[in-house]
Design a protein around this ligand. Structure first.
Ligand code: RFL
Length: 391
């Protein structure tokens, strides 16, 4: 028997954006249902971003959720290396909140516990065939299948938090959206390893290509190695991974360690605008992608849902739809600012590396740009503000 129910808000996708939005709405007593195609165990195990920036911390504090969801303060440093020679950049902050160490996996697990286990929030995993009907003059409907049964939810608002390949953006007519994208022309081999944490996160340009090492827990690091777009994980046997890490960091003492996971991620920037159409509101990777170099993807998703949550609270609790109507216009300027920062970081760290990529001239000017961070207080301050998410 098909079932139909009613709720003010349906959220599609239980990633960083969807679960945060659901928890903020629950905090403000706005009822919502989250639909997720994966099962809970899969969501709990998914590894990605590493740090909630200072702006994200302030958001969780403002909503009274920081202590439940985030871990302790994170080291505000980056070890920028060129051919193995490192300089530690200290991210300058103001008094008050700073970034907190919280991997995306940790945040998502804490959100699942808070929302489902502590508050009884309604997250439906393992759903398939999610379809959206949102036509003029009719109440929006979301249909989905679970355990072979088709269900329909009538709602007022749909939050599309289902990332780049989800159904939410695909439900908006193509003629409504403008898509602006940029391909960087290379990829990263993202390698999760079991290894002791280094003193500072490392971002390294080398004549042999870019490499980064970022902490992902007490005994875990994520290495990123620049590689051609055509590479697959089969091109990177474990011995080659460790040889390249030693070569690019110019450090023969790094021992091989257990590789837990490995994937190839093409570096690209994409913005789809407007981020809303009728009653559908896009947030996070459903609306924009950034190359991971600036560590901003998850933090941009958190910003989107901070604005969207308040707008939905105004619309549902106070019958004031004005902030919701302005959602896309409110968040897009910041989306573009962080696109610019992420592209700047990406160009600097990759052009400054392998000269066969873009030539020796671009290599040397990129290295000069990196030097500025250590010689110009103005450049250092701006870089810090971007890293903290407050620029
Ligand atoms: P998510 O986390 O991918 O969640 C989307 C959810 O939607 C579900 N879904 C559907 N559910 C129902 N029906 C459908 N038809 C559906 N289609 C999809 C999916 O199963 C999933 O659960 O997107 P969200 O919430 O927008 O969050 C965005 C962030 O995940 C992303 O921006 C970051 O992970 C990006 N990112 C980083 N961000 C940072 O801020 N700092 C970092 O250091 C950082 N490092 C990274 C990254 C992303 C990476 N990859 C894998 C692309 C490093 C890497 C390697």
């Amino acid at each position: 028997m098909p079932t139909t129910e009613e709720i003010p808000v349906v959220i599609i996708g239980a990633g960083a954006a969807g679960l945060t939005l659901a928890t903020l709405l629950d905090t403000a007593k706005v009822p919502c249902i989250v639909l997720e195609r994966q099962d809970r165990t899969y969501i709990e195990g998914r590894q990605r971003a590493g740090v909630v920036d200072a702006r994200g911390v302030r958001m969780f504090e403002r909503w009274g959720l920081a202590d439940q969801l985030l871990a302790g303060p994170v080291a505000q440093t980056i070890d920028y290396r060129v051919n193995g020679v490192g300089r530690v950049f200290e991210i300058a902050g103001d008094n008050g909140s700073e970034g907190r160490f919280c991997t995306q996996q940790m945040l998502v697990n804490n959100l699942l516990r808070e929302l489902i286990d502590m508050r009884g929030g309604d997250v439906r995993f393992d759903v398939t065939d999610v379809t959206i009907t949102d036509e003029d003059g009719q109440r929006p409907q979301v249909r989905y299948t679970r355990e072979g049964q088709v269900h329909t939810i009538a709602c007022d608002h749909i939050a599309g938090c289902d990332a780049d390949r989800g159904v939410s953006r695909a439900s908006i007519p193509a003629s409504v959206l403008t898509t602006i994208s940029h391909e960087f022309g290379y990829a990263w081999l993202a390698v999760l390893v079991e290894a002791p944490v280094v003193a500072h996160p490392i971002m390294a340009a080398s004549d042999h290509g870019f490499v980064a090492q970022l902490p992902r827990g007490p005994q875990r690091s994520r290495y990123y190695l620049q590689c051609p777009l055509s590479d697959g994980t089969q091109d990177w046997p474990h011995a080659r991974i460790w040889d390249e890490i030693r070569l690019r960091l110019n450090d023969d003492t790094i021992p091989d360690a257990v590789v837990l996971d490995c994937e190839v991620v093409p570096l690209r920037s994409v913005v789809h605008a407007p981020m809303q159409h009728r009653n559908i509101y896009l947030a996070g990777d459903a609306a924009h992608l950034v190359p991971p170099t600036g560590a901003k993807g998850m933090n941009m998703a958190l910003y989107d849902v901070d604005v969207l949550a308040q707008a939905l609270v105004d619309a549902v609790n106070s019958d004031d739809g004005s902030t919701l109507a302005g959602y896309s216009a409110t968040v897009l300027p910041r989306v573009w600012k962080y696109q610019e920062f992420s592209a700047w970081m990406t160009d600097m760290m990759h052009d400054g590396g392998d000269p066969t990529q873009n030539g020796a001239f671009r290599q040397m000017t990129a290295r000069a740009r990196l030097d500025e961070l250590f010689s110009s207080p103005v450049a250092a301050r701006l870089h810090s503000d971007f890293q903290r998410g407050v620029a």
